[in-house]
Structure formats: C-alpha cells, structure tokens
Design a protein around this ligand. Structure first.
Ligand code: NIG
Ligand code: FE
Length: 409
C-alpha cells in the first residue's frame, strides 16, 4: 500500500459531505481545523488526525504550519479553442458591445474559424498548456465546453481532445457539449434550423461516442431564445446528459427561469438575473456558477452573489476561461474578485470553488472536501489562513499540489 502523510497542517479548511452548500451553510459549513494531519492511501483520503495523534508513515510531507484545502475545481471553461483574440480589445475599448462584435462576425465566430482549421494535436497542445498552468495554481479538476466548431466535425474534434487530455494527459476534465454557443455562418439567420441540426445530427454522434456528460446552451438576446434553449436541453436530457445554461449574461430573457424549471445542474453568468430567475433556481436546486473574471473583462456589473446566497441558491465561482470574454485561467484571481466584488466571505468563496463547484460538475461524491473516502486532491498553500488566500492578489499562492495522491507540484 502506498501511504502518504501530510503533517503539520496549521489550518485545514474544508466543507463536509457530498451536497452543495447554500444559504448560511455556504459559510458555516466550512470547518476550520488547526494543527492536524491528513493520511492518504493511494488515490484516496484515509483519515484526518490531530497532528500529535498522526501515525508514523514512511512517506511524509511537512506542511510547515500552512493552510491546506481540497484541490480547486473550475466548473466553467471554454478550454478547447484555436486562437486568441487580442485584436478585439481595442474595438471593445472604443465602445463596441459583446453582442455587436459577435453580430459583425467577430467574437465566437472568429474563434470558430481558428478552431475549425486547427488540428486535433494543436488543440490538445494548447489545452494541455492551460491545464498545466491551472494545476500549478492548485486547480485539480476543470469543466470544459465544446462550442467553437458548430459543425459535426469540429464539435466532435473538440470533445475528442478533452477525452485525450484525460486518457493520455492524466488530467481531470469534465466534458460539456455546447454546440448551441452561437449560430454558425451555415445557418445565419436560422437559429431554429441550427438547433434542429444540433439535436438530430450532432448530438446523436456525441452520444454514440459517449463524448460528454453535460449539454449547455447560450440563452441570450440575439443568440438562442428560451424555446430554442428548452428544445436543446430537452434533447440532451433524453440522451441522459445533465444540463447547464449560459443565462442572463447580458439580458434576463428567461434563461435562469428555464434552468430552475428543467432542474438544470447549473446556470452560469447571471449578471442580469431577476427575482423570478433566482426563485426558479432555488426551487429547481440549480447551482449559480458566477464568473467574476468575465465581469471584469467585459466591464460589466458583478453578478448579485449575495442575493443568491440569501435565496438559498448554492454559489460556485469559476473562470469562464475563453479567448474573448475572459482570457484568464486564474481561479485564484476569481476568488479575490468574489471576496471583493461579490462580498462573499472567505469561507463562502472556498465552498464556491470546492464542494459547490464539485457538485456543478456532478462530482460531489468524490471531490470537493478533505474527508475520508474522497479523492486525494489537496493544495498546501503559501498562506497561514483562509483570509490570506482571498486577500493576496496577483501571485500564485499554491505551494504544493497533490492530485489523486500524487504530488504534481
Ligand atoms: O461564456 N457567453 C458566451 N460564451 C463565452 C464567451 C466565449 C467567447 O467570447 O469566445 C462566455 O463568456
Ligand atoms: Fe462561458
């Protein structure tokens, strides 16, 4: 048996259990334990001891009195793409809106061209680089969406890259099928026709090859309306996939209401959410995946995190890493922003990037907390406490990263 003991942990901060934390529990459900040790057996956490009571072990990491948490989980990224879009920033700074750039053939449609023309190996290399950076920052699990192909060939190519990242790269990436990300040139002006094409031509092939776990749709003014989104997600559910919705990023056209009605696992963005959307998500048990890096980069409002917490909707915080609206995979920065701009407490922020994010990718049973039986994904931080972790900004605070019981940093 391959045992590893992490001893001399000054502060262990972790949620408990397998379910998302909501309301007051998003804060109070985080337990702080001082001077302790974690014993790992192969890939799994075996026990947590007071430091003095820890058993002898041949393989020891001394945490030196630092903070330890579960590995961070980024539950919303557009990881697989073919090129950056730095040339669009001056346009944006001159006042062009996000949807305006998209309608002029830029934005997502720009990345579409680069992604269609990139080889599978090229996409693999780019994603591998980002995932390695993320791992170095303490992010041990990442959700990744397709949606820059918008045809059969390239959507499948993106999802195959995700599969290879897991099988060959040893990463932990959760695949989401998001062909409903924009209307491609082949269906210009015909979103209904494109949704029908996704449901009858792309989705069955994705299902045949078991290439995704979730389906997602961009429910937004000028992209897909509520009925088109409902159709997409209903087909996804019929194939046995869980659902996510990009909702109320720019306008509240009903995406968050739909998310709650359909029992979607999560709704994402939610900058413009209204009370009806929050109430529907609370009823449907839908997690709010909030993306503060996108608000920052698009010069937008920050989503009303406190209103979700007050309404009992679990909040997760994610990067939205993509080449347009958030060209950053730095989840630590998003934690700083959640603290400062969402006014979440350090404990709420921690639940948002561990247990709630784990549940947003359907991994609550195996990830997101430091407890016996969970996968041994842990971070030793260059920090004495949780307050420091959300306070210190612009520097990588991950000192050591353990994934599946193996020290990867
Ligand atoms: O989540 N909102 C839609 N999609 C992405 C942006 C993707 C892009 O601009 O390339 C988002 O922000
Ligand atoms: Fe997104």
């Amino acid at each position: 048996m391959n045992m590893l003991l992490i001893k001399n942990i000054g502060m262990l901060a972790t949620a408990k259990g397998n379910s998302p934390l909501c309301g007051a529990a998003q804060h109070s459900g985080v337990e702080i334990r001082r001077n302790c040790a974690v014993l790992i057996n192969e890939e799994t956490i075996q026990a947590v001891y007071d430091n003095d009571a820890a058993p002898a072990c041949d393989n020891v990491i001394d945490a030196g009195g630092r903070l330890v948490t579960a590995g961070l989980i980024d539950a919303h990224t557009h990881l697989i793409f073919g090129g950056w879009r730095q040339h669009e920033v001056p346009l944006k700074l001159r006042g062009a809106g996000y949807l305006e750039i998209l309608q002029a053939g830029g934005g997502i449609l720009n990345t579409l061209k680069a992604t269609r023309s990139a080889s599978e190996d090229e996409l693999y290399g780019r994603a591998e680089k980002a995932l390695s950076e993320m791992l170095d920052h303490g992010i041990t699990t990442v959700e990744a969406k397709s949606g820059y192909g918008l045809n059969v060939e390239t959507e499948l190519k993106q999802l195959r890259v995700i599969r290879r990242l897991n099988e060959e790269g040893g990463f932990n990436v959760v695949p989401t099928f998001m062909a409903a990300h924009a209307v491609p040139p082949e269906f210009k002006g015909d979103p209904d026709g494109y949704i029908e094409f996704i449901c009858t031509e792309i989705l069955p092939k994705v299902a045949d090859d078991e290439l995704c776990e979730f389906v997602d749709v961009f429910c937004e003014t000028g992209v897909f309306d509520v009925e088109q989104s409902r159709k997409m997600l209903t087909y996804g559910q019929a194939y046995g996939f869980r659902t996510k919705i990009h909702a109320d990023e720019i306008d509240a056209i009903g995406g968050s209401v739909l998310a709650g009605e359909m029992g979607a696992t999560s709704a994402e963005h939610l900058i413009a959410v209204d009370e009806a959307g929050i109430a529907s998500m609370a009823r449907g048990g839908t997690i709010a995946c909030l993306l503060p890096g996108t608000s920052l980069y698009l010069n937008k409002e920050f989503a009303p995190a406190r209103r979700f917490i007050e309404a009992g909707v679990p909040v997760a915080v994610c990067t939205d890493f993509n080449p347009g609206s958030c060209p950053s995979d730095d989840l630590q920065l998003c934690m700083n922003l959640a603290y400062l701009k969402y006014r979440m407490t350090p404990e709420e922020v921690l639940s948002a990037v561990t247990i709630n994010a784990a549940c947003a990718v359907n991994r609550g049973d195996s990830l997101g907390t430091v407890e016996p039986g969970k996968q041994a994904d842990l971070v030793i931080w260059d920090a004495d406490d949780l307050d420091y972790l959300v306070y210190r900004m612009g520097t990588n605070k991950a000192e050591k990263v353990i994934r599946k019981g193996i020290t990867v940093k």
